[in-house]
Structure formats: structure tokens, C-alpha cells
Write a protein that binds this ligand. Structure first.
Ligand SMILES: O=C[C@H](O)[C@H](O)[C@H](O)COP(=O)(O)O
Length: 220
């Protein structure tokens, strides 16, 4: 199966995690697009969605799914989203599509995070995929300098990209994220950091992994 076919298969498999009548948390990205398209087939069985990006909102609405503002929802049963990398503990790197901040906000509303990913995303140690960090524009150079002071690490501003919140993204190469929770906690405290793309506090409870042998369900 191609990578796109694996994404379609896990997008479909995620429907099993959507309770009848629920408001569903919906992530962003090419894998989630497959999930949104599948969700369209059960739109009469859910109340609607809370979305993590303008792109996903538009795709949901085009399928006739009502999108609720995160501010109007207390709690949702499930958040379904992709990842750029996921390790064997369910920790993830996210933000390759620049949606990390809103993704973490919606994930925070959810009782459980179901990650959908093709097999290429599963890694032993995260960091091969450049770590996205959303920053306030004024702090971009300062935050980059902090990363660049680490041996072998290089942070660059993602060219031509502004998040839905109007901020730039730094992509940080050369990290070996052996303690995701510690690194998330540390970077979150640097002045000007809006959100770091490590999802350790909001790690996956379940990962539906698309493999050549079918969908594997990993639980954490
Ligand atoms: O900002 C984007 C998100 O974190 C995505 O979940 C992540 O980049 C994975 O996207 P894709 O499913 O396109 O590989």
C-alpha cells in the first residue's frame, strides 16, 4: 500500500473511536483530511466538531459538519489527529503543518487523544523530524539562539509560513528527544514561546498505525 492509502485506512479506522452524538476534536493535516472525509459519512450521527485549524474547519463545513468554537465546549470525548513522529510511549512531534498551538488547545479539551499515522511516523527516539516551535515574532531570534547554543542543534524560521494565530514557526534540527516531557516543560517556559510541538503532557492514548499488514492499535 502507498503512504496515501495507509492514511486513508487509518482515517477510516478512527471512526470506531467516535461516540454516537459526540462533538469530536479534529486535528489538521493530510492524514486527518482522510479522517474528515470518512467522518462526513456519519455526520448525522454526531453533534459536530471542534477544529484545530482554518483548513480543517473549511473541510468539515464543506461536508455539512457543524464546527463549534473551542470556547463554547467544556469537554469532548475524543481528539483525533496525526503526528509527524510518535515514539513507543505515545509522545509525539506535531506542527509540521503549523497547527500545533490550536491542536494542543483542542487536545486539552479531550478525554483521549487518538493518533492516526502511517508506519513511517513511529520512531524509537524523536527528533529526526525538525521540532516546530510557534513563537511571538519579537522572540524568534532569541528563542533560536537558545536552541543554537545546544551542541549540534540548529533552529531556523520556517520561510513564508505564519500560523493561524499570526506567528512564525521555528524548525529545530539536531535534537534527540529522549525525555519528551522534560523538554516540553523546559521550552514552554522560555519567554516568547507560544507552543512547542512536543506532545508529552497531551500524548496519545491510542495510536492507529497504518502498516503493510493492516492497522495496528498501539495503546499507551
Ligand atoms: O501541524 C500539523 C499537524 O501537527 C499534523 O498532525 C502533522 O503535521 C501530521 O500531518 P500529516 O498527517 O500531513 O503527516
Amino acid at each position: 500500500m502507498t503512504q496515501d492509502q495507509l492514511k486513508a485506512v487509518v482515517g477510516q479506522a478512527a471512526l470506531a473511536y467516535v461516540p454516537e452524538g459526540a462533538i469530536v476534536g479534529v486535528g489538521t493535516g493530510s492524514t486527518v483530511n482522510c479522517f474528515i472525509d470518512a467522518l462526513g459519512t456519519m455526520r448525522d450521527h454526531i453533534r459536530g466538531a471542534v477544529s484545530s485549524s482554518i483548513r480543517s474547519t473549511e473541510r468539515l463545513q464543506a461536508l455539512g459538519i457543524e464546527v463549534f468554537d473551542a470556547a463554547d465546549v467544556d469537554r469532548i470525548p475524543v481528539y483525533i489527529d496525526g503526528a509527524d513522529e510518535i515514539d513507543h510511549g505515545g509522545h509525539m512531534i506535531k506542527g509540521g503543518g503549523a497547527a500545533l498551538t490550536r491542536e494542543k488547545i483542542v487536545a486539552d479539551l479531550a478525554e483521549r487523544f487518538v493518533c492516526i499515522a502511517d508506519a513511517s511516523k513511529l520512531v524509537d527516539v524523536m527528533g529526526t523530524f525538525p521540532l516546530p516551535v510557534e513563537v511571538i515574532p519579537m522572540a524568534a531570534a532569541q528563542v533560536a539562539r537558545r536552541f543554537n547554543a545546544m551542541p549540534g542543534v540548529q533552529a531556523t524560521v520556517r520561510a513564508g509560513v505564519t500560523t493561524d494565530n499570526g506567528n512564525p514557526i521555528l524548525d529545530v534540527r539536531g535534537l534527540k528527544i529522549t525525555d519528551p516531557l522534560a523538554m516540553e516543560t523546559e521550552v514552554n517556559q522560555w519567554p516568547g514561546v507560544v507552543c512547542v510541538g512536543i506532545f508529552a503532557r497531551h500524548k496519545a492514548a491510542v495510536c492507529l498505525l497504518g502498516t503493510a499488514e493492516g492497522v495496528k492499535t498501539l495503546t499507551f
